[in-house]
Design a protein around this ligand. Structure first.
Ligand code: C2E
Ligand code: MG
Ligand code: MG
Length: 583
């Protein structure tokens, strides 16, 4: 007989008069096996009497709970309870034992050091041949690791790790709840769909860590302005959703949206640099704007697009009309994807003149798209969609290369045109590929960089001050001139303009339209010219349609002009003829 066996036997018989009765057959090998399981098994084992008083515990019990045998023997087996279980559980266990002689389940227990842990427990009622209850045999294991893993999996599946906010899956679940609740109570709730404006710029210019920090802060700011019952979720890259419960009036929703717009706009401190984002919000209200999860999400999204189109940093309520527009956008995206392959784009060219000498000083390339039905689609209609989808990068590269080849052809034909101007969208500028794309266009066409100028809209330049500097300098090193297009619409400061390596300002058409009659516009145009000149920049006016506008511009010192008065945008071959006969 081994030591273990003798020790086991001895201890058990010492534990009480009934103790020996629980082991019915005692051939030595069975006993040895039982003792081994007791001594070395991974499960905690506790043997109690019929009244749940602890008689004996094994080493695994001590390992798991931290309690030594001598500290627990004689105490009730519920001494381990952390007091966290559902009320009535103890009675339930007792009932199961009385009925089935076994209970299996999970409990919250407390270790000797006070730490609470979940355990999986099996309790068996041990009876003698007359069915008299002798003992309870209680086997348990610590399942904190499994619980933790399960919680982690639940968190990963339902929460966004960056912001720790609920993700789309959990939001949909909550929406379903909200719908059920609101249908029963007859109340309304609002779903807000938020998309950050200008977030990509932060990511591209300050790096992904800064981008993540902004997302986190946006989450914190949104949450801080809402009630406990409201839910903030992150549903995509820079998209958030807010579920506002119990809203009875639209004015209440408006007030909250105003506040959210406000908190998002405040600057973000990002390791020494300041970042700015705003947000566009779309609102769908249950039940008016949709009675199921998918419809509400779709309509809030459509309203958000509308808010973007109306100028960003604002909110828009869903209107049925938006559905049609969203459909249109989708269709346009599909058509645009095909257009590139099917060669449906073309360029028109419009001349620019020096107002003093009347000489041709440049030609601007303007994109044209005839769709598969042969209909002309306005650039102002398809370019925003191309920007959103990123297709603008391919389209823009094509425009750049095609324009450069055309200009080089004119040079080879001995036709003077001054400089070639090509429009560049914000999205093309955001990536790092623009200097490469320009270098490539110059290389394949043979056009010298000194003959190329790029037009970038003012609103974009002011939105993306970070890396824009470096890009502009790289382009300037190739001899390329930079023009700020649609100038006057944004709110650039002198300080900004001084920092940027730009050469020219192009005054937006809207300021030219009513000069010289409109006094305000005339004053603005004069001020832009004076400011531009004081910074050493040339100033161009676009959209010049009348002789009065032209002579007024000349009288106040505007350098160059472009517009229907001098020539409309025309296809390359027409421009060819014009160049042949130009003075
Ligand atoms: P933009 O660069 O400011 O171009 C001037 C716009 O005014 C052009 O419209 C032109 O046709 C129009 N225009 C010129 N003179 C007059 C005039 O006297 N009166 C009036 N009412 N309009 C005049 P378009 O061609 O529809 O282009 C619209 C905008 O689309 C452009 O504004 C530019 O920002 C963008 N765009 C055009 N081509 C390209 C391109 O290849 N790439 C990129 N990224 N954007 C482009
Ligand atoms: Mg332009
Ligand atoms: Mg313009």
């Amino acid at each position: 007989m081994t030591d273990t066996e003798s020790q086991y036997d001895g201890e058990l018989s010492a534990s009480g008069p009934d103790a020996q009765a629980q082991v019915t057959i005692r051939p030595s090998s069975d006993l040895y096996l039982a003792a081994s399981v007791f001594e070395h098994g991974p499960q905690g084992i506790m043997v109690t009497d019929a009244d749940h008083k602890i008689l004996k515990v094994n080493p695994a019990f001590t390992r798991i709970t931290g309690w030594q045998g001598q500290d627990v023997i004689g105490r009730r087996d519920n001494m381990l309870s952390a007091g966290r279980d559902e009320p009535g559980l103890e009675e339930g266990i007792q009932a199961a034992l009385d009925r089935d002689d076994i209970w299996i389940g999970e409990l919250w227990s407390r270790r000797a050091d006070g730490e609470v842990f979940p355990e999986s427990r099996t309790i068996v009622a041990v009876r003698d041949e007359q069915k008299r209850l002798l003992h309870h045999l209680c086997l348990f294991s610590d399942i904190s690791a499994e619980k933790f893993a399960a919680e982690r999996i639940h968190r990963l599946a339902h929460y966004d790790p960056t912001t720790e906010l609920p993700n789309r899956v959990l939001l949909q679940d909550r929406l379903l709840h909200a719908i059920n609740h609101a249908s029963r109570s007859g109340k309304r709730f609002a779903l807000l769909f938020l998309d950050l404006d200008g977030f990509k710029l932060i990511n591209d210019n300050l790096g992904h860590a800064a981008g993540d920090e902004v997302l986190r802060l946006v989450g914190v700011r949104l949450t801080s302005r809402l009630r406990k019952a409201d839910i903030v979720a992150r549903v995509g890259g820079d998209e958030f959703a807010v579920l506002l419960s119990d809203v009875d009036r639209d004015s209440g929703v408006q007030a909250i949206c105003d506040e959210l717009l406000q908190v998002i706009t405040e600057p973000y401190e990002l390791g020494g640099e300041q970042g700015h984002v705003t947000t566009s919000i779309g609102i769908a209200v249950f039940p008016e704007d949709g009675s199921d999860v998918q419809t509400l999400l779709k309509h809030a999204d459509a309203a958000m697009y509308q808010a973007k189109e109306r100028g960003k940093n604002r909110y828009a309520f869903y209107e049925p009309e938006m559905n049609r527009r969203a459909e249109e956008r989708l269709q346009l995206t599909r058509q645009l994807r095909r257009a590139m392959e099917h060669d449906e784009f073309d360029l028109c060219y419009q001349p620019q003149y020096d107002l003093g000498s009347g000489r041709l000083v440049g030609i601007e390339a303007l994109i044209r798209w005839r769709d598969d039905q042969g209909r002309l689609v306005e650039p102002t209609r398809f370019l925003p969609v191309a920007e959103d989808t990123g297709l603008i990068v391919t389209i823009g590269a094509w425009a750049l290369e095609t324009a450069c080849r055309q200009a080089q052809q004119w040079r080879e034909q001995g036709l003077e045109f001054g400089r070639l101007a090509v429009n560049i969208s914000g999205r093309q500028f955001q990536g790092e590929g623009l200097p490469d794309a320009v270098e490539n266009a110059l290389a394949v066409s043979g056009l010298p960089g000194e003959l190329l100028e790029l037009e970038i809209t003012e609103t974009w330049v002011m939105e993306g001050p970070f890396k824009a500097d470096a890009q502009m300098r790289a382009l300037r090193d190739m001899g390329i001139e930079l023009v700020i297009d649609d100038f006057g619409l944004g709110n650039s400061s002198m300080a900004y303009l001084k920092r940027f390596p730009v050469d020219k300002l192009k005054i937006d058409r809207s300021f030219i339209r009513d000069i010289p009659v409109d006094q305000d516009d005339s004053a603005i145009v004069s001020a832009i010219i004076a400011m531009g000149h004081s910074l050493g920049l040339k100033v161009v006016a676009e959209g010049v349609e009348t002789a009065e506008q032209s002579s007024f511009l000349r009288s106040i010192g505007c350098d160059e002009a472009q517009g229907f008065l001098f020539g409309r945008p025309v296809p390359a071959d027409e421009m060819n003829v014009a160049l042949l006969y130009s003075p």
